[in-house]
Write a protein that binds this ligand. Structure first.
Ligand SMILES: C[S@@+](CC[C@H](N)C(=O)[O-])C[C@H]1O[C@@H](n2cnc3c(N)ncnc32)[C@H](O)[C@@H]1O
Length: 352
């Protein structure tokens, strides 16, 4: 039974994650100003009330995360789980990588990818250094550092945001199955290093899980981490979210986390249409991605700074895109749309 002490431990852990992330960002900007002042980007100042609102929404996110654990949506133990040892060992690599990032920024070369890759295997929009990452998504080095970068970007709140889709997804699926959650088939689109699959495995231990992504290296990392859990390892396959090799209606549930903002509009639409095709009637789609100014105008400066600092060529279009309209045009019915910290969650269902 989770108790006050466990809650305190969770809050302390999250405070620690947040403090370390902020310290890293501060050191990074100081180093950048000293070592590579020519690539420093002018950002919008964050007013004190914005910072206050951010802190408030982070607190609400963590409270919700705790509550869902207490309510049994997933085990409380999940709140403490992360590849801590790997992250600690890999952290110095972030600093060692910094000069390569500055050099790329200086050259304004955002298609600086490993020579050995076969470019024909990937859509053109994918072949770039998203978030200024060395090798884009196309190397083991990038896969090793990705989660740490996301962890820092979201001040330690990335997994707590990913977990927000678990309760509504579980509830929507349980409702149809008279309380039974048996051999559900769930697909995680653009699974990356498998963080959402980790959360799904804990929340739905009986489900048959599949993850797809275009990056072989990220799937390899996902496989390694998922195999450490004493549970069935999800099936991982290399595929484009616009064209996933499964028959119509195969899945009960589909998740898609932090992907849509990295797709051009046409691929975004294709991805949502493909999810609809893959869902059985009554199946549920959960999309989690960045907030948009129409729902979170108070954080507009934050979105703008993200766009300026990182190489995210489709983010500007994403934040003004009408995701609800794409969901409905695909033939799905929107069940709910919610904001959690800096993420927006859309839950939709394929009509029966
Ligand atoms: C920002 S990461 C998100 C990863 C993961 N969902 C998470 O929560 O961390 C974007 C991921 O989408 C993958 N990706 C981008 N475009 C894709 C596409 N068209 N098809 C499949 N995967 C894609 C990338 O390889 C990368 O792993």
């Amino acid at each position: 039974m989770p108790n006050l002490l466990t809650k305190l431990a969770y809050q302390t852990l999250q405070k620690g994650r947040g403090a370390l992330s902020l310290a890293h960002k501060e050191m990074n900007i100081r180093l950048l100003k000293t070592m590579a002042p020519d690539v420093v980007v002018k950002t919008l100042p964050l007013e004190p009330e914005v910072i206050k609102a951010l802190q408030k929404s982070m607190d609400a996110l963590l409270e919700q995360d705790w509550q869902d654990g207490v309510d049994g949506v997933y085990p409380v133990e999940l709140l403490f789980r992360a590849p801590w040892k790997d992250w600690a060992l890999r952290y110095p690599l972030l600093w060692l990588d910094a000069p390569a990032v500055w050099d790329r920024l200086r050259r304004r070369d955002f298609q600086d990818l490993p020579k050995a890759i076969n470019r024909q295997h990937y859509p053109a929009y994918y072949l770039r250094n998203f978030h200024n990452q060395t090798d884009g998504y196309l190397s083991n080095h990038s896969a090793a550092l990705y989660d740490l970068q996301v962890e820092i970007l979201f001040n330690g709140g990335a997994d707590a945001m990913r977990r927000r889709l678990l309760r509504p997804l579980k509830e929507a699926l349980t409702k149809q199955q008279a309380g039974q959650l048996q051999r559900l088939r769930i697909l995680d689109l653009a699974t990356g290093t498998g963080r959402t699959l980790q959360q799904l495995r804990s929340a739905l231990p009986q489900a048959q899980l599949v993850g797809c992504d275009l990056s072989e290296a990220y799937l390899r990392q996902a496989g390694r981490w998922l195999a450490e859990q004493p549970a069935e390892v999800p099936q991982l396959l290399q595929a484009n979210v616009e064209d996933v090799p499964f028959v119509n209606g195969w899945f009960d549930g589909i998740t898609c986390v932090f992907l849509l903002h990295e797709l051009p509009r046409s691929a975004r639409v294709n991805c949502i249409n493909e999810a609809c095709r893959l869902l059985r009637p009554g199946g549920v789609l959960a999309i989690l991605d960045s907030i948009q100014p129409k729902d979170s105008p108070e954080f507009s400066a934050l979105s703008e700074n993200f766009r300026r600092i990182y190489h995210e060529p489709f983010y500007g279009n994403y934040i003004h895109d009408n995701i609800e309209a794409h969901i409905e045009a695909a033939g799905l019915v929107l069940i709910t749309a919610e904001t959690h910290f800096v993420s927006r969650l859309w839950l939709a269902q394929r009509p029966v």
